[in-house]
Design a protein around this ligand. Structure first.
Ligand code: GLU
Length: 290
């Protein structure tokens, strides 16, 4: 039997905070308890905001917390060809199409057609209205050839027909509403999500699914803020022929006002706590692990 594999997948676009410490330590603890592999992945497709300095700080923070991970670390920015191949599979199957409307144009269209009542995705953003879905291929190929900016969008209705249903998953943690066990997928709630862009042949959703498959990840342990996105990931896995991992969504570490921590806050950054003299075991205690 192949060994189980867990991964922690931060984006090096800011300093890690207590929420990341909790996620990384929980991943490592669960991997150890299962006799599994523990991998680290740099989710740095946003090459404008991710920097080598943030990446180095992540290694320093995680090593200081006492974590050990397999080498080499996979960096998404070095694997655009893998995402391009997956995207091509979806394009060839007619399951994605290019949307040329800018965010502002989509917003204006929605404002003119019902505004605030427009359906929203699970993160609360207005659903893309799908108005470019039926553009003839000859037209969109010409527009792409002319260099117009666009984003590849999943035709979620066709994708769901192709997959026969919105695939669910085994949840060993819990979603924001306490969902656990056998969870039903609801990819349609996301509408025609962006799967890739003109300049970057991927998006978070596509890259995470391709990487989890290529790295043979069996267990995804991550924050419950990504619970609903799992419906999109499960659908992409089925469309691309990837085996689904087990999912464990964990609680988020909140600040004193009950808000999600953010990378821009200095006081909960692991590096700042370390500089202030806190030992690593204090961090584990602060996030409720010991
Ligand atoms: N890169 C994502 C983040 O930093 C995590 C992705 C995942 O674990 O699936 O929030």
């Amino acid at each position: 039997m192949t060994r189980r594999a867990f991964r922690f997948a931060p984006s090096p676009n800011g300093a890690l905070h207590l929420g990341h410490a909790y996620s990384a330590c929980l991943n490592s603890d669960m991997a150890q308890a299962a006799g599994a592999r523990f991998l680290l992945r740099m989710e740095d497709i946003d090459i404008a905001r991710c920097t080598p300095a943030f990446e180095q700080a992540i290694y320093d923070d995680l090593a200081w917390l006492g974590l050990e991970w397999e080498m080499p670390v996979r960096r998404q920015s070095e694997h655009f060809a893998d995402y391009r191949a997956a995207l091509d599979t979806l394009v060839d199957a007619g399951l994605v199409y290019p949307g040329f409307m800018s965010r502002g144009e989509v917003r204006d269209w929605i404002a003119e057609h019902g505004g605030g009542d427009w359906p929203r995705d699970p993160d609360g953003a207005s659903l893309y209205p799908g108005i470019e879905r039926d553009q003839a291929e000859s037209v969109w190929r010409r527009r792409i050839g002319e260099g117009e900016p666009f984003a590849w969008r999943l035709d979620v209705e066709r994708a769901l027909a192709h997959a026969r249903s919105s695939p669910g998953w085994d949840e060993t943690g819990a979603g924001p509403g306490g969902e656990t066990g056998q969870v039903e997928g609801d990819a349609a709630a996301w509408g025609d999500v962006v799967i890739a862009r003109k300049e970057i042949p991927t998006s978070y959703h596509l890259a995470v699914v391709v990487d989890d498959a290529l790295q043979a990840i069996t267990d995804v342990v991550r924050g419950s803020d990504l619970f609903h996105a799992t419906s999109v990931h499960r659908l992409l896995q089925d469309l691309l022929g990837f085996a689904p991992p087990l999912y464990h969504h964990h609680r988020l570490v909140l600040d004193a006002d009950g808000r999600k921590l953010s990378k821009s806050r200095r006081d909960t950054a692991i590096g700042a706590l370390r500089a202030a003299g806190a030992p690593p075991r204090d961090i584990r205690r602060m996030v409720g692990l010991d």
